[in-house]
Structures are given as C-alpha cells and as structure tokens.
Design a protein around this ligand. Structure first.
Ligand code: NI
Length: 236
C-alpha cells in the first residue's frame, strides 16, 4: 500500500502563536492553502491534527473551521468532520442563477447610494486587472471590483450571501483561468458595468451584470464538461 502525502505537511508554522491571534492565524493559513490547492478538495481536516500542527488547543481550531465553513471552503460531513469543499458546489448553472438574483438586487440597492470613492475604487480594480498576470490576484481583484459596486446595499445579510458567491468564484478562477487558457478576464463587461453605475442607470447596470454572469456560467459549464475536468474528478 502506498502512503499518500499528508497535505498538512505543506503548512509551515513559524514559532508559537499568541493565544489571542490563534483563530485568525489558523483561519488565514488554511484559507490560503485551500485556495492555492495545497490542501486539495475532499481532504478531511481533523481538529486534533490541526491543534498539534499549530501548537494550540482545539478551541481556536474549531472556531477557524467554522469560519471557513461559513465561507463555503469547508463542508461538515457526518463521520468525517470538516472536509475541503469541491470547487463548484452542486450545479454551476443553479449557483449562477442564484448569484444573478442576489447580485442584481445588491446592485439595484447600492447604485443610488454609491459615492465617488466607490466608483474610483472600482475603476482602480479594473486598471489593476488590466495588467495583472497572477491568477490568484486576478480572482481577488474581480471579487473586489464587484463588491465595490454592491457595497452600499443596506441589507447586510444580502451582502454576506453575495460575498459567499464571489468567494466561490474567486476560488474557481484561481484554479482554472490558466487551465482554460482564458488568459485575462474580459474587461469590457467590467468597464461597461462601471459606466452604467456611474450614470446611475440601474436597469442598464443590472442587464450588463446579468450578461456578465451568464458568460461565467457558460465558461464554467464548458470547463466542467471538458475531458480535463472529468479526468481530474476520477483521479481524486
Ligand atoms: Ni467579473
């Protein structure tokens, strides 16, 4: 029987962690290891292993895992505990259909309340996306661009759901932009959306956002049906 390498070996812990920082250090460390694929989908994370690795009690570990579960990076599975979530949970078309509903509403509520600083921040993210080559950064900038247009929506619960959806997409983009040979994200959509938001044209903004997200569904569906992703599924 061959022994599988332990994904936790990829995590380096630098010295003792002060108790009051334990939860956030563990959360951030695991988050980036999940996002960059060092801890692959389907890996079960045991609380005691993590407590040993970080040299802390199980309490901050439990809290960190709960945060990561809330960010849709982990699922709690009976008899296995916390398991790293698949790249796209469930059906991609359903996921995007929900995102379109939620993000359209957030955009609708936010646009009339946007300030110049929000518009400027959005424009800056587009400029950065234009030159950024690193896929991790591209995923992050895409999320920040979208959030900067939704951020004034007064419904905090809605915004949290919107951000969960964007986090999921960010993770997908990090892994797959390169694999899909997409190169860059299309900036035309982003620019048109920003212009419409700046003009306070709610209906045009929502229409552009719907088209933008529908293109996302197409790309992801094409990827999930591709031979490459099929072989990945069977080999893990
Ligand atoms: Ni986008």
């Amino acid at each position: 029987m061959t022994q599988k390498p332990n994904p936790l070996n990829s995590i380096k812990v630098n010295g003792p962690i002060p108790a009051h920082l334990a939860r956030s250090v563990i959360e951030e460390t695991l988050r980036s290891a999940i996002l960059d694929g060092r801890i692959p989908c389907g890996t079960a994370l045991r609380q005691q292993d993590l407590a040993d690795l970080f040299g802390v009690s199980r309490m901050p570990v439990r809290e960190a895992l709960r945060q990561l579960e809330a960010q849709a990076l982990l699922n709690v599975v009976a008899h296995k505990g916390a398991v790293v979530a698949p790249l796209v949970q469930g059906d991609a078309a359903e996921t995007y259909a929900l995102r379109i509903l939620l993000e359209s509403e957030a955009l609708r509520l936010s646009i009339p309340l946007l300030e110049t600083a929000d518009i400027e921040a959005a424009a800056r993210y587009i400029d950065e996306l234009e030159t950024e080559q690193n896929y991790t950064e591209i995923g992050r900038l895409n999320r920040l661009f979208h959030m900067s247009l939704y951020c004034k929506a007064p419904n905090q619960r809605l915004l949290r759901l919107v951000e969960d959806g964007l986090n999921e997409e960010e993770r997908f983009l990090r892994f797959n932009l390169e694999a899909m040979g997409l190169g860059k994200l299309s900036q035309e959509d982003h620019r048109a959306l920003l212009q419409a938001a700046q003009d306070r044209d709610v209906e045009r903004s929502v229409k552009l956002l719907e088209n933008h997200l529908n293109r996302g569904v197409e790309v992801i569906t094409r990827y999930l049906n591709s031979p490459e992703s099929q072989s990945k599924k069977t080999s893990t």
